[in-house]
Design a protein around this ligand. Structure first.
Ligand SMILES: Nc1ncnc2c1ncn2[C@@H]1O[C@H](COP(=O)(O)OP(=O)(O)OP(=O)(O)O)[C@@H](O)[C@H]1O
Length: 377
């Protein structure tokens, strides 16, 4: 592989943390940038076959492809054109995305395969065949999604975000365009780490993300003093998650009635999507996640627990309704019992009643809601 003299490829990660610690070093005084990307993360561009285009981002074009003519992959070409023509800022962003993505290993996060620096900046990941969550929802309109699908997609996102935050990374651009649906349409995976940043103690200080899904503390349009920066933390992702969750439940776009540019104003005035037609058990989760005060928003580990229990509840309610067991099937299920209870006539077998799930399960399983609930009612 051709290596330009400006590249400094390290065998390990000596500068790994500093590489995505600095947030806004926009020194464009010259276009020279020393890449600090481990050699093991780099692919030979000759091994990558590019096929049809499957997506487009603000800064990139994504193609279907094959690695070594065998493995199906997605090939994201950042700033299509020669690497030398790419701005230093885009090179920095590319490197940050490579370093973040390559450090992730989670079933709900798009798997990193490798990257190329020459002749173009490329990020190669597993190919996720079901398209974006945005497209999936649009295709299902005007019908709402099945509740089980909404909950299970929300749970996948929450698990991925729990993992991301446990690694000290904030996504900053969580929205349905950055969530991909698997080919079997059963799961979703998080993609696009172009804006992801390492959490720092003092909080983050750069505007990022897409207005519609953006937390009020990030998109506030109040004027800043010269040199003053906005401060926020990982809870901005929790707010964005809440809007995606609402969207999954309603199959609507949040704030569709407001022009995009005015959304920050209304969100900072406390406007949130309507909660009518949202299942009662879900309302406190949404309210906790999109609270104006970021400190009162839930952590993803709590969201995961609550979604797991909701999903269990709704699935078992559904299966209780849907599954009708014939006498013969009942016999099969209880055959052991029959063998020991020989006194009973063969066909006189009672099925155990399915466990009834208590109505107040949310309050019992999710003690963290108590504080919120008591302060509201
Ligand atoms: N691994 C993948 N498998 C399938 N499709 C993908 C994959 N990665 C990206 N895409 C498609 O390409 C589109 C753009 O990708 P991505 O969001 O990573 O680009 P971006 O330039 O960072 O976009 P943005 O402007 O949102 O930051 C996605 O919306 C999706 O349709």
């Amino acid at each position: 592989m051709a290596i330009s003299p400006t590249m400094m490829l390290n065998a390990n990660y000596p500068f790994f943390m500093s590489a995505f610690g600095s947030d806004d070093n926009n020194d464009e005084s010259d276009n020279q940038f020393d890449f600090n990307i481990s050699r093991e993360l780099l692919l030979n561009p000759k091994d990558i076959m590019r096929g049809e285009m499957i997506g487009e981002g603000g800064n990139s074009i994504v193609y279907k492809g094959r690695l070594k003519n065998i493995v199906p992959v997605a090939v994201k070409i950042v700033q299509p054109g020669k690497t030398s023509a790419v701005s230093i800022q885009d090179k920095q962003q590319f490197q940050k995305e490579v370093l973040v993505l390559s450090s992730m290993k989670h079933e709900n996060i798009v798997r990193f395969v490798g990257a190329c620096i020459e002749p173009q900046l490329m990020i190669v990941t597993e190919l996720v065949r079901g398209g974006t969550l945005q497209r999936f929802m649009l295709n299902s309109r005007p019908s709402p999604l099945d509740l089980k699908v909404s909950l299970s997609f929300a749970l996948d996102i929450s698990r991925a975000m729990e993992y991301l935050h446990s690694k000290g990374i904030i996504h900053r651009d969580l929205n349905p365009r950055n969530v991909l649906v698997t080919g079997d349409m059963k799961h979703v995976k998080l993609a696009d780490f172009g804006l992801a940043r390492e959490k720092t103690l003092g909080g983050m200080t750069c505007e990022a993300g897409t207005y519609r899904w953006m937390a009020p503390e990030v998109c506030s349009r109040e004027p800043l003093r010269i040199g003053e920066k906005k401060h926020y933390d990982q809870k901005i992702d929790v707010y964005s998650f809440a809007l995606i969750f609402w969207s999954l439940l309603t199959n609507k776009t949040p704030f569709s009635e407001i022009p995009s540019i005015s959304i920050p104003y209304f969100v900072n005035q406390g406007k949130r999507p309507s909660l009518s037609n949202i299942p009662d058990e879900v309302v406190p989760i949404l309210e906790c996640c999109w609270a104006a005060d970021s400190k009162t928003r839930l952590e993803f580990k709590d969201i995961t627990i609550s979604l797991e229990s909701l999903l269990k509840r709704f699935c078992s309610e559904r299966s209780n309704n849907e599954i009708t067991i014939t006498e013969d099937e009942a016999y099969d299920d209880e055959i052991e019992e029959l063998e020991t209870t020989w006194l009973l006539p063969k066909r006189y077998i009672k099925l155990k009643k399915p466990k009834k799930i208590k109505q107040n399960v949310m309050k019992k399983i999710l003690p963290f809601f108590k504080k919120f609930i008591s302060s509201k009612w």
